[in-house]
Design a protein around this ligand. Structure first.
Ligand code: AMP
Ligand code: MG
Length: 684
């Protein structure tokens, strides 16, 4: 995906425009150079041909952008050529369009195409004095036709025109008809050395792509020709774009209509919703083992968030939406790892003396001269090694006298020097899609020259409590009420995981009200986590409502703490119904909620890391059931919270982790090794 030369062309559909540079004519610009005016298509075709040849023989890869659609709305290629193949359509235009500086037949060809399609149209716009049969002068004179008015990508390119319109200010239809034959001839001239994005993989020496300069170009300064300004800025935009951003923009699926380079398709397209049966598990009398439940989540959940690009320095905590590819090797050039004296190594053994050259090499302040053989240069940590230097001797190991530096060899070739790219090499993948960016990653990404990263939009996690007994934090509560502890806890957990927590409040045990809350929540959340009301009792309205959607799965999990989890979809939004007991709610959130949310957010599956430690407690339990015990480490042993009561909130604060007792464990004695999972391993 690395390009060396970026050339952008602003096309025109009309005839020869004369020698003096004009607006609304053909302009082209190579990034870093001045825009060039072309009075006719014939001239720009020759220029492009020569440019491609020159760049190709110099071994430079070219990205060439053209500001007209490369395809028509879906189905048109097939209607004209009997093939759903855009290049067949390009060939059709190359065969039917005649083009000289003074005249071309585009309006008659449009009429011919209209005759091949049902109804009146789809092409329209005849600015000529003569009427042309089958080519209406106005768009409204057409009858509905079988093709869309716009290509899919155009709904994301504000202000773009439809390719059916051939005349009128800003119309692009003529440019397409007069541009495709030129591109087709270039394709034929360069064969497999040209790839047309997005129809072909953009890995040829020359890649041509459709652009829409208005996407990223600033207003034209007065006195400049708009087209000239636009091609210059667009060329510069692509030349400056980090490689991986360009790669992300080139990752689109647009087999027939084409796509505008620069319109991110992933951002435009929301991932499809989850399947209604994504939580369905074979039901039976048996209790589902924890691992089976986890495997089910892993197999059935996937990312629901689109991608956007943000500056690297804002990326900590975000989920990478694309691999990070090293844009520039680190270090970019060999440099010194120490303060000392640089020379051409290796140094033989024995007493050695080198003549010092004048000046010094410091970080950010290179010497700029060659160091001749037998000479050495004063060099500081981080300084680029001057030509003639590949080895550095530590300043502590030398004596400097009268413009000479002496020390005892031997010293290996390359000693105390850092090789170019020894840390990261340009083009290498340094971080993988799905990773949650750490503070260290921000350094790594920055160091390798990547200033913007593709990340998933933040997962919006709605948190809802249910129950008539709940009083709100800080409020007066009757003795038959308890404070709603789960909601602030789950909100804090969602935030700690890097998501946007949306507080959905507290729902009474009333089906109609709960339904209204869920309806509203589904509009502004990507996932809803509820606590309470998840079982199958009279007041368990959450499971009852999910039941009505046909997507409810009540998971009876062989786990303590925990009762059934109610999982389902409400208006395509996944709902995780956790038990009401705060201890169970938290443990279920950590064990099931965390991996589930990670997948929805675009992250990878992650199992918490546990550590084997001797038990400082005794316990007997039922076989066939996983148990999680609030625990902490004291004197190298794991001790358990005094009570296993699922309502004992304070035990959650006391604990620094959970002990995970395996499904088949039955008795634990002092000193037995148990698996302790620190809360930090759950991202808390
Ligand atoms: P439920 O799952 O609705 O049957 O609730 C189980 C237990 O958890 C009951 O004792 C509830 O009062 C309690 N509970 C439910 N929701 C919360 C909450 N948000 N905060 C604290 N305790 C709760
Ligand atoms: Mg309840």
């Amino acid at each position: 995906m690395i390009f060396d030369t970026f050339v952008m062309v602003d096309w025109a559909g009309g005839n020869d425009r004369g020698a003096a540079p004009k607006a609304d004519a053909i302009w082209a610009c190579v990034a870093g150079q001045d825009p060039v005016y072309f009075r006719s298509r014939q001239l720009v075709e020759v220029w492009l041909h020569d440019l491609f040849m020159a760049e190709q023989s110099a071994g430079r890869r070219v990205l060439a952008g053209f500001d007209f659609p490369f395809g028509y709305p879906a189905g048109f290629a097939n209607a004209v050529t009997d093939k759903a193949d855009t290049f067949a359509l390009w060939q059709w235009f190359a065969d039917h369009i005649t083009d000289t500086p003074k005249a071309n037949n585009r309006f008659d060809v449009a009429a011919q195409l209209n005759r091949m399609c049902d109804g009146i149209g789809p092409f329209w716009g005849n600015p000529l004095a003569r009427d042309i049969d089958d080519l209406p002068r106005k768009g409204l004179d057409r009858t509905p036709n079988t093709f869309a008015e716009r290509r899919q990508v155009e709904s994301h390119a504000k202000g773009s025109f439809t390719c059916w319109q051939l005349s009128g200010a800003g119309a692009v239809g003529s440019q397409v008809m007069m541009g495709l034959p030129v591109l087709q001839r270039l394709r034929q001239a360069f064969g497999t050395d040209i790839a047309v994005w997005p129809f072909e993989t953009p890995d040829a020496p020359i890649v041509i792509a459709e652009i829409w300069p208005s996407l990223f170009v600033s207003a034209t300064p007065s006195g400049l020709v708009k087209d000239a300004h636009q091609v210059r800025e667009t060329a510069q935009y692509f030349a400056n774009l980090p490689q991986q951003d360009l790669a992300a923009l080139m990752t689109v699926d647009a087999p027939e209509e084409g796509w505008i380079l620069g319109v991110p398709q992933q951002q435009a397209k929301r991932p499809p919703p989850l399947r209604n049966d994504c939580f369905a598990m074979p039901q039976g009398a048996h209790w589902t083992p924890v691992d089976e439940a986890l495997n089910h989540l892993r197999a059935n959940l996937r990312c629901v968030k689109a991608i956007k690009t943000i500056p690297t320095n804002k990326a900590a905590g975000r989920v990478l939406g694309a691999d990070v590819i090293v844009a520039r090797s680190h270090p970019p050039t060999p440099n010194s790892a120490v303060d000392g004296y640089g020379f051409a190594g290796p140094a033989p053994s024995g007493e050695l003396t080198y003549t010092l050259v004048a000046g010094r090499a410091a970080a950010g302040d290179p010497l700029g001269e060659i160091v001749p053989a037998g000479h050495a240069v004063r060099i500081l940590t981080g300084a680029a090694l001057p030509d003639g230097v590949d080895t550095v001797v530590l300043q502590e190991d030398v004596a400097v006298n009268n413009g000479h530096v002496s020390f005892h060899g031997p010293l290996k070739h390359g000693a105390n020097a850092r090789r170019a790219g020894e840390d990261m090499t340009s083009g290498q993948t340094v971080l993988r899609v799905g990773r949650v960016v750490t503070s260290a990653d921000v350094a790594t990404i920055t160091a390798c020259g990547v200033g913007n990263v593709a990340v998933r939009r933040r997962l919006r996690v709605g948190i809802l409590s249910t129950g008539d007994e709940l009083a709100q934090a800080g409020a007066q509560a009757r003795t038959d009420q308890i404070y709603d502890a789960n909601r602030p806890m789950l909100c804090a957990i969602a935030k700690a995981w890097g998501y946007k927590a949306i507080d959905l409040g507290c729902a009474p045990d009333d089906r109609a009200q709960l339904r209204a809350i869920l309806d509203d929540a589904a509009k502004r959340c990507d996932v809803i986590i509820t606590s309470g009301g998840a079982s199958a009792g009279d007041e368990d309205h959450m499971s009852a409502l999910l039941q009505g959607t046909g997507s409810l799965a009540l998971w009876r999990i062989a786990m303590k703490p925990g009762r059934p989890l109610a999982l389902g979809l409400w208006d395509d939004v996944p709902v995780l119904g956790l038990p009401g007991n705060p201890v169970a709610a938290m443990v279920c959130a950590l064990i099931f909620g965390r991996p589930a949310l990670r997948l929805l957010a675009g992250s990878d599956w992650l199992e918490p890391q546990g550590y084997a430690l001797p038990a400082g407690f005794t316990k007997s339990k039922k076989a066939g059931r996983r148990e999680y015990i609030r625990a902490r480490i004291e004197n190298g042993q794991v001790i358990a919270f005094a009570s296993e009561g699922s309502g004992r909130v304070s035990g959650l604060s006391w604990a620094t982790g959970l002990v995970e007792l395996t499904d088949d464990a039955q008795t634990i004695d002092i000193g037995d090794m148990v698996r302790f999972i620190p809360l930090t391993e759950f991202g808390l």
